[in-house]
Design a protein around this ligand. Structure first.
Ligand code: HPA
Length: 273
């Protein structure tokens, strides 16, 4: 684990040189949502493997490419494929993407993911704006030596999913005739889905959706005071809500069906950020 700001600057310098400019907004695309990257105009594609000090994606449904280009009139960078705790990374390593964004000068990030519905009123295909999250795994990705260029040792996380961006995406949804849910995301480490008893407990704790990503990135973004928007695609009802097993195929299939709506929502939101 590297504790120096320049470690992240090395990755950022490589990306800046490849792109020839500095992107303003970053996006991280979750499972089955990689297709959103097709919306980016004038794309410059960079393999994670070529970025110094970056991580490698090991999940099949995650592409492992950084796409820099134009979206909604803005210069954006988009990670198609993200890093998860279940791949074996240490929590601290999962700070890497957001820290590289910060070193590049990015001040706004959109995180997307696929999640299971814990709230029984939700349906597969719904899009949930993340209002807040619950992380009972206990660990923080920012543990260890504090790198003060990113932020202070102790930091506030009461407005992690920035109010301004939540309001903005809701306005865009009304304009575009897209219905959104807004709720609390519960973080589970995976890679297994949850037991029905866990889902009942998670529901009682006040969560609306459950998933295996996003939270490490959100905490890292809060540390460096980056504006953040989190969007969950509800890909399935969580374990035990329906009398059927959860499969990764259904997660992917819903992603493919919802990707067009997601594209409109993201593009129009980026335009107004
Ligand atoms: N649980 C955890 N992660 C998920 C789920 C789920 O039901 N669906 C998609 N990602």
């Amino acid at each position: 684990m590297n504790n120096e700001y320049k470690h992240y600057q090395t990755s950022a310098d490589y990306i800046r040189n490849k792109a020839g400019y500095q992107p303003e907004v970053a996006l991280i695309l979750g499972s089955a949502l990689g297709g959103l990257a097709e919306e980016i105009q004038n794309p410059i594609v960079i393999d994670y493997a070529n970025i110094p000090n970056f991580l490698l994606s090991t999940v099949e449904s995650h592409a492992g490419k950084l796409i820099v280009g134009d979206l909604g009139g803005k210069k954006v960078m988009c990670m198609s494929g993200r890093f998860h705790y279940y791949e074996g990374y240490a929590f601290e390593e999962l700070t890497t993407p957001i820290r590289v964004f910060h070193a590049l000068g990015v001040k706004q990030t959109i995180l997307t993911n696929a999640a299971g519905a814990v709230n029984p009123a939700y349906q597969p295909g719904d899009i949930m704006v993340i209002r807040d999250h619950i992380n009972l795994l206990g660990a923080s990705p920012t543990r260890g030596v504090n790198i003060h260029e990113f932020g202070p040792r102790f930091f506030d996380v009461s407005n992690m999913y920035t109010k301004r961006l939540r309001k903005l995406v809701n306005e865009v949804a009304v304009e575009q005739g897209i219905t959104l849910q807004e709720g609390v995301y519960y973080y589970t480490p995976g890679p297994h889905f949850e037991t029905p008893a866990e889902i009942q407990a998670i529901h009682r704790l006040g969560a609306d959706a459950v998933g295996m990503s996003t939270v490490t990135e959100a905490l890292t973004a809060a540390h460096c005071q980056m504006e953040l928007l989190g969007l969950s695609l509800i890909s399935n009802m969580a374990a035990g809500i329906l009398d059927q097993p959860i499969t990764i195929e259904e997660v992917r299939e819903i992603g493919e069906r919802t990707v067009e709506t997601f594209k409109v929502l993201l593009k129009e939101t980026v335009k107004k950020m």
